[in-house]
Design a protein around this ligand. Structure first.
Ligand code: MG
Length: 346
């Protein structure tokens, strides 16, 4: 197979702030696999805190001899070999995994969710994310997102209660809370969770640092709300360690190395009695459409990444009023919405 890729900067509609950082754009790399006259698209989205960059993705992809892969139906062994090539680089690996699955769907003529045997009529609603901000900006965001029935709010600042009270003055919509490891003290975390449980909050994501296993277990044993692991659960090998620590996991393709391992993570989590959220980074509709193929397997979805950017490159899965609509097109179902600068790099 031939692989081409080019860097692309995702411009955010608004500054996005969580407990650990603030930013206006996200670097990404768009990948194209070409084989037997069919092109598959993939994406690596690279929020800086995850440690990958356009340079590391470019170096990783440039160091692999893709030409030797000539039977793309052997995707399990191809992706295994790529994974073994160098540790880390999970978003770079995901970009190839996504493009390969897109190619496989197009080659066979079916949407990927159908190849996986999934019923696209059965899937959760997606939440819409509101970052940390002033009372005024949170109020504006809540009003602008009135068509979304579920909000995911970022907490982890010293204004948490104020933020939630401000939202509750405006709406009684379901809230999910993502702390992004932002609370420092387990007693404070539990007190906050107990308070949030009275405010119609559905779940708490990553209340403490991912390395605070004993404290997370302490919280989970006492928490009235389910505790979901995100930063603490990246790949399949993390799931065994997450059992007993979290009630559920947030699966994201950029952490998992792509669709194949995300699927295995979901099946494994289910076998252990854990809940599953399918999530995302800020991504174009390429990454979101890929993740959405697995959404029929999830209890919760958080696939608003393409709604947060102003320069999407693709048309694909849409999230309207929280409803995830997966197109009935082969592969991951995307079509470029402009001419891609694919010839700018090799
Ligand atoms: Mg999270």
């Amino acid at each position: 197979m031939k692989v081409k890729f080019f860097p692309y900067t995702l411009e955010l509609k608004d500054t996005f702030t969580i407990s650990t950082f603030s930013r206006n754009s996200t670097p990404a790399v768009i990948v194209e696999i070409e084989h037997e006259g069919i092109t598959g698209y993939g994406e690596a989205s690279l929020p800086p805190y995850l440690g990958e960059s356009i340079e590391t993705v470019t170096d990783f992809l440039s160091s692999i001899d893709f030409e030797k892969f000539d039977d793309l139906f052997k995707s399990e062994s191809i992706l295994h070999e790529i994974d073994q090539h160098t540790p880390g680089n999970t978003a770079a690996k995901a970009s190839i995994d996504i493009a390969l699955h897109d190619w496989l769907g197009k080659k066979t003529g079916y949407p990927l969710f159908r190849i996986l045997g999934l019923d696209s009529d059965i899937k959760p609603l997606s939440s819409f994310t509101i970052g940390i901000g002033s009372k005024e900006s949170v109020r504006k965001k809540v009003q602008e997102s009135s068509e979304y029935p579920i909000l995911k709010i970022k907490l982890g600042s010293d204004r948490d209660k104020e933020t939630v009270e401000c939202i509750r003055e405006l709406t009684d919509r379901t809230l999910r809370v993502d702390v992004n490891q932002g609370w420092q003290n387990k007693e404070h975390a539990l007190e906050m969770i107990e308070w949030l449980a009275l405010k119609n909050v559905e779940l708490i994501e990553q209340p403490l640092g991912a390395d605070r296993i004993d404290d997370l277990v302490w919280i989970r044993e006492r928490s009235p709300l389910p505790i979901i692991g995100d930063e603490g659960v990246k790949r399949l090998t993390d799931i065994g360690k997450a059992w007993g620590v979290y009630d559920g996991i947030n699966v994201k393709l950029m952490k998992s190395t792509g669709i194949l391992e995300a699927y295995k993570m979901i099946i494994t989590a289910r076998a252990l009695g854990m809940k599953v959220m399918i999530g995302c980074m800020t991504e174009t509709s390429c990454g979101i459409s890929a993740a959405s193929q697995l959404s029929p397997l999830a209890d919760w979805a958080d696939l608003d990444g393409a709604l947060l950017i102003r320069n999407d490159l693709f048309k694909g899965t849409e999230v309207n009023s929280g409803t995830i609509s997966i197109p009935d097109r082969p592969g991951i179902g995307i079509i470029p919405s402009q001419v891609l600068p694919s010839d700018a790099a090799t």
